[in-house]
Design a binder for this molecule. Sequence first.
Ligand SMILES: [Zn+2]
Length: 153
Amino acid sequence: MEKAIQLACKGAQWGGPFGAVIFIDGKIVGESTNYANPHHDPTAHAEIMAIRDACKKLKTRSLKGAVMYSSCEPCPMCKGAIQWAQIDKVFYAAKEKYAQKELGSFMKEDVVFKAIPNPDKNKPFEIAKKYKKAGGVTTNDPVTKKKMERMKN
Ligand SMILES: [Zn+2]
């Protein structure tokens, strides 16, 4: 879970304070932060990117036996992808309501997976707020745009 939160903090710099890590037999097989802003891809959520990472590495479309740790409760799109990937269990730190409170969200679905109480659950959102205050979260900000351009190259 600590790794998922670290990835979330990394993503906070471009406005995606979310991270996900996938384990099989105790080994990390996939991980990612959120890349929706820098990749200009609304589907590039941390959980989906971590699933893509794991499936690509393992050359499979099924992650049976896998466990995902996510910094935040997955959104409906990611929950769907998790089902398609056949991941056995998902644990998350922050409930979606924290993301909703800090960032705004349109998800209103009931909880399906299990939350792990975590004292750092708000850390990525606090970091995201710092970036936002500094004008670094939105894609309209010229500094962030430059950062994103550099990432592409
Ligand atoms: Zn999602």
